[in-house]
Design a protein around this ligand. Structure first.
Ligand SMILES: Nc1ncnc2c1ncn2[C@@H]1O[C@H](COP(=O)(O)OP(=O)(O)OP(=O)(O)O)[C@@H](O)[C@H]1O
Ligand SMILES: [Mg+2]
Length: 246
């Protein structure tokens, strides 16, 4: 589904260069549920943004569904993203003056689905996240956890093949985080490939595979089941590796 080889991403400002990803190689198979962990600044969001075709990169290759997407134009990238990828942003990215129905409708309109089809998709997505009765509410009239679920509904309404989620439970209490996780597991069971970024080790352990980033590289890959036996390996490089370069 997703194959990145030796990806390099450098953010440049006048004063400093930040090597956000260094020769990062990651493969995610179709149908997998992968959790990405790593300390703050290790490159998780950068990875997701590149995977979701929201950002470009300097070096390396990225194959999405076997197709090289390294050199697409902005328009081509948007079209690709809109058709294949659902993105759940940590900060929700809901549009404040649109109600829930309209928020979920935005990417569907972009794809020019007929009105009746859009309506059905939106209602189904809101039902899936348990917010069907709230579709006329504005985002500000919802709790943080409910807004998070709208962000998920928006991502699933287009029936993406690949779902990318940046800390989808970061702002939620344990019960709500559990519900969101169960929702993602349902989407996964229905056939969607999922990559989530999380700080929550408990959540990561529910995924089929964990990938840990350190300093813009993959440290190691462990199945959640063996990870408990070697916690040292996970902790060793857990500091602030990028700080050293600045
Ligand atoms: N737009 C940008 N301009 C300059 N540097 C950036 C930019 N975005 C990210 N970086 C830098 O790239 C590195 C990786 O950032 P990234 O956001 O991917 O980390 P992260 O693993 O998602 O961290 P967190 O857990 O705090 O969200 C950091 O050092 C960050 O400061
Ligand atoms: Mg991040």
């Amino acid at each position: 589904m997703l194959q990145m080889t030796q990806i390099q991403k450098i953010y440049r400002t006048e004063l400093i260069e930040t090597h956000a990803l260094r020769e990062l190689s990651v493969t995610v198979q179709e149908g997998e549920f992968v959790a990405l962990t790593g300390s703050s600044g290790s490159g998780k969001t950068t990875f997701l943004n590149i995977a979701g075709l929201l950002e470009s990169f300097e070096q390396g290759t990225y194959l999405l569904d076997g197709e090289d997407v390294s050199h697409l134009s902005d328009n081509e990238r948007s079209a690709y993203r809109n058709h294949k990828i659902g993105f759940i942003f940590q900060s929700f990215n809901l549009i404040p003056d649109l109600n829930l129905f309209e928020n979920i409708d935005v990417p569907l309109r972009y794809r020019r689905f007929p009105r009746a089809d859009r309506k059905q998709r939106i209602e189904h997505a809101l039902e899936t996240v348990g917010l069907a009765s709230r579709m006329k509410h504005l985002p500000a009239q919802l709790s943080g956890g409910q807004q998070q679920r709208v962000a998920i509904a928006r991502a699933i309404a287009g029936e993406p093949r690949l779902m990318l989620a940046d800390e989808p439970t970061g702002n939620l209490d344990t019960t709500m985080a559990q519900q969101v996780l169960e929702l993602l597991e349902e989407i996964h069971a229905a056939g969607t490939t999922i990559v989530i970024v999380t700080h929550d080790q408990g959540l990561a352990s529910r995924a089929q595979r964990n990938i840990q980033l350190v300093d813009g590289k993959v440290l190691e890959e462990e199945s959640p089941h063996t990870q408990e036996e070697i916690p040292q390996a996970v902790m060793l490089n857990g500091g602030e590796p990028l700080a050293a370069q600045l």
